[in-house]
Design a protein around this ligand. Structure first.
Ligand SMILES: Cc1cc2nc3c(=O)[nH]c(=O)nc-3n(C[C@H](O)[C@H](O)[C@H](O)COP(=O)(O)OP(=O)(O)OC[C@H]3O[C@@H](n4cnc5c(N)ncnc54)[C@H](O)[C@@H]3O)c2cc1C
Length: 356
């Protein structure tokens, strides 16, 4: 039997499973999926879990079952590419013939002292749960500082404002306007919504230090009862420690067929892969489709395509609480209830019509 090992059951590797199962897995291939969590987590919803507006159960999707699919639930600590072996925290190892690394990303703290120690996170399910506890146990009129006004910071701030209107939410960002990757009209709409909901936007901020309950903006101390970090991501530590070529963001540089140069049987999918777009669930899924084609060609002894067409992204949708949203779909800026409904629809389709 040929052994395909998938590291991480996130958006990338779930798409690989969906495409290979139930009918496209050659009889001589066995798959092992390794994840620290025994179900697929909808990471795009962690902001709502942290804010307390959805339950933990709402964002779990069961992993598929198949006679030639085995699960190992544990923490991956190291990969030895030359020995074709994955090391787990419980001192066991798993060897592979083909490997797809899809371990996702972690917070990046940009060397800010105290940031890792004294801020909460929404980058993993266990950390999002801790953030939920901290935010929802805060006494009335507490101050919450959110560092970083990209998509996840904006979604968390707005969801929290609806969930706990008694809290004072402050959103810190380096830029002149929030959501700089979107057209100005969208930023203005979101800033207007924040104004109506008493969320303070602290522009041109530079967080220089964090201590217990204190955020230093340009060295000026600001009291916060809880601080959440949404100001940057980097690939998973296991991937950062691989001795292979990386791009400026620390993501693994790949060939056109998505394998690591020099390691034809090791693919990297999703947030850990160097691709010509910012990391996203959509991108991970688009890349997974291409990896499946390469795997299948090779398993059938055929040459995989030398190049793939660029991965098409459908757009971005963001939420402002449960009723309003914003987005960029087919280069059209959308604001209000329509993008929020679209976002809920996309999530619903993903959860219930994914073919598992
Ligand atoms: C709040 C928020 C909102 C977002 N909104 C959107 C959005 O609207 N649209 C969009 O396209 N993207 C969005 N994203 C980004 C998207 O979630 C990621 O790009 C996507 O999850 C990446 O998929 P992946 O397969 O690379 O990894 P992930 O989906 O992160 O999966 C990684 C898996 O690896 C497992 N794992 C990690 N480390 C280990 C280890 N050491 N051992 C064992 N298992 C491990 C994890 O448990 C997890 O199951 C959002 C992200 C956040 C945080």
């Amino acid at each position: 039997m040929r052994h395909l090992v998938l590291l991480g059951g996130g958006y990338g590797n779930m798409r690989i499973l969906l495409r290979l199962l139930p009918n496209h897995l050659p009889d001589n291939v066995h798959i092992t999926l390794i994840d620290r969590v025994p179900y697929h987590c909808l990471k795009t919803e962690y902001y709502a879990l942290a804010a307390g507006t959805i339950s933990d159960h709402d964002i779990r999707v069961p992993f598929p079952e198949h006679p030639r699919l085995t699960y190992r639930f544990g923490e991956v600590v190291r990969i030895d590419l030359d020995a074709q072996t994955v090391f787990l925290q419980d001192d066991t190892t798993v060897s592979y013939d083909d490997l797809v690394i899809g371990l996702g990303c972690e917070d990046k703290y940009h060397g800010v002292p105290g940031a890792e120690q004294f801020t909460y996170s929404i980058q993993s399910i266990d950390k999002a749960r801790m953030t939920y506890q901290a935010l929802n146990n805060l006494p009335p009129r507490s101050v919450v500082g959110i560092v970083g006004a990209g998509l996840s910071g904006v979604e968390l701030a707005s969801e929290l404002a609806e969930s706990r209107p008694d809290l004072h939410v402050m959103l810190f960002d380096r830029g002149e306007r929030i959501l700089p990757m979107f057209p100005e009209r969208l930023s203005e709409y979101v800033e207007g919504w924040f104004h109506e909901h008493d969320i303070d936007i602290i522009r041109r901020s530079n967080i220089t230090k964090v201590e217990e309950g204190v955020l230093y903006n340009h060295d000026e101390p600001i009291h916060c009862d809880a601080i959440v970090w949404t100001a940057g991501i980097q690939p998973n530590r296991v991937v950062r420690e691989l001795n292979v070529e990386k791009d400026a963001q620390g993501r693994v540089v790949l060939t056109n067929q998505h394998y690591i140069p020099g390691y034809e049987n090791v693919y990297v999918v999703g947030d850990c892969a160097s691709l010509p777009h910012s990391p996203s669930a959509q991108l991970a899924e688009g890349q997974a489709e291409q990896i499946v084609q390469v795997l299948q060609k090779r398993w059938h002894g055929e040459e995989p395509p030398h190049e793939f067409p660029p991965i098409k992204l459908k757009g971005v949708l963001g939420s402002l609480g449960k009723k309003h949203g914003f987005g960029l779909v087919a280069d059209r800026a959308l604001t209000g209830r329509v993008p929020r409904l679209l976002k809920s629809g996309v999530l619903w389709m993903y959860k219930y019509h994914n073919g598992y």
